[in-house]
Design a protein around this ligand. Structure first.
Ligand code: ASP
Length: 436
């Protein structure tokens, strides 16, 4: 029985009734002591997220435009929250401070962080909790990486009894300037708080009841995943499973603190538990895919005998600052799969440079590829997984353009034409849904 860190996403804190529900969840278990809120999210589909309004405010001010519209909406949202929650919250004072910073050319990170900051202040009032400002204890290095000193500093700030509120999404640089994580980064803050407070569990409260075996927009009936390892989740998130920020597992993973994904609106649902290890009852635990990849194929006779060929290809990519994802190879050919946004408008230049340095017989760059990962630690040494996957796709007349299996045997990645993505995910899901 240890302490619990709870992170609540923006949709869990969108209005006063959401706040009340969160309060109920926190008070239902005295182990829930470290609370990490996001900024208020959308109340309905037409609404705007506070973080987006803050970015808009910053952009307008930067261009010398009148930013009173986003500023007024933010003021109204927080005043309404405070009024309905019956707490004293001097939003005017806070907004005056933000406006003063805007006039002194506040950075976009400072502006964006104010949603979490204000919500954290408000939540600390509601819960009568100690407020901890991450600017004082979540530290980034000059290059923007998390400084490990954070765990010690934050640990000291969280030492004591009662409830603590630590806003998500930001910390500070050595200069003292505010720095945010990438979008959705309060998940990472929650993980850092869980580790610094030596919590036994990190509960991540969101608006879905955990991960599903496949994207429910593609397979609406996809089963909920009960338990998944950090590594399996990493593989699925990389290919587009978006419930949790894909960097959020790292702070807790080393300390084997489980992450429990739970639904604020359905707190009785068992959710998904992310753990260091698990017993796998089925070979496949999830399928995820995404479009937006291109493939470079380079062929040259006797490539296998030419020393340094692969090195020269990768050297070009490095010089162009392009990261690659997979490299399926044949004897006389090599392919590189790269995200389209990495290539940008450098495609022609990159291909010319590879041609110059490697003198291939053939070289081509083809866009329009989607990659699909079929993941599960139970695949390891389980005979017939690839056969089942390929024959299911063949049965649906879907062509596999590339196939790649990591040596950990936890993941089979295939490439298909973008227009086949959804159909292929469905076909793979049904091939493995109840296969043991
Ligand atoms: N509020 C930030 C965003 O909208 C961070 C977060 O919610 O995790 O991205």
């Amino acid at each position: 029985m240890g302490d619990i860190t709870c992170k609540f996403g923006g949709s869990s804190l969108a209005d006063a009734s959401c706040f009340r529900q969160v309060e109920k969840i926190i008070h239902a278990n005295p182990q829930r002591r470290f609370i990490v809120p996001s900024a208020p999210g959308k109340r309905d589909t037409k609404d705007k997220k506070i973080t987006d309004l803050l970015y808009a405010w910053h952009n307008m001010a930067k261009q010398g435009l009148d930013a009173s519209e986003p500023a007024t909406i933010i003021a109204e949202r927080f005043s309404e929250l405070a009024r309905e929650l019956g707490v004293h919250f001097d939003i005017e004072k806070h907004l005056a401070e933000i406006a003063a910073q805007v006039s002194m050319h506040a950075t976009p990170d400072y502006m964006a962080s104010r949603g979490e900051y204000l919500n954290g202040r408000l939540m600390a009032e509601v819960l009568n909790a100690t407020f901890v400002d991450p600017a004082d204890c979540i530290k980034f290095s000059k290059s923007g990486d998390l400084d490990p000193v954070t765990y010690e500093l934050l640990g000291q700030c969280l030492n004591g009894s009662g409830l603590f509120v630590v806003p998500g999404f930001y910390g500070s640089l050595p200069s003292g300037e505010i720095k945010t994580f990438s979008r959705g980064g309060s998940d990472i803050s929650g993980s850092i708080v869980a580790r610094a407070s030596t919590s036994a569990l990190y509960e991540n409260w969101t608006d879905v009841s955990g991960f599903r075996m496949a994207d429910p927009r593609i397979v609406p009936e996809a089963k909920r995943i009960e338990e998944i390892t950090y590594q399996e989740l990493r593989e699925l998130s990389y290919m587009g499973a978006t419930v949790l920020h894909d960097e959020a597992i790292y702070p807790v993973r080393e300390h084997k603190i489980p992450i429990h994904i739970r639904n604020t609106k359905d707190p009785d649902s068992p959710g998904t538990l992310i753990v260091a290890d698990r017993e796998s009852k089925t070979p496949v635990c999830g399928i995820a895919g995404r479009a937006g990849f291109s493939m470079i194929t380079i062929a040259k006779a006797l490539m296998n005998k030419e020393r340094g060929f692969g090195f020269r290809v990768l050297e070009v990519l490095e010089e162009f600052g392009i990261a690659w994802e997979h490299m399926p190879t044949g004897i006389d050919d090599i392919s590189l799969i790269i995200r389209d946004e990495e290539i940008g408008d450098l495609g022609d230049k990159m291909m010319n440079e590879i041609t110059k340095r490697c003198d291939p017989d053939e070289i081509s760059l083809s866009p329009g590829l989607a990659m699909i990962a079929t993941v599960g630690k139970g695949m390891n040494h389980h005979v017939g997984v690839a056969a089942r996957l390929c024959s299911a796709l063949a049965g649906a007349d879907i062509n596999i353009r590339v196939i790649d299996q990591g040596s950990s045997e936890m993941n089979i990645i295939i490439g298909v034409e973008e227009q086949d993505l959804a159909r292929a995910v469905r076909v793979i899901y049904y091939a493995f849904e109840s296969w043991t």
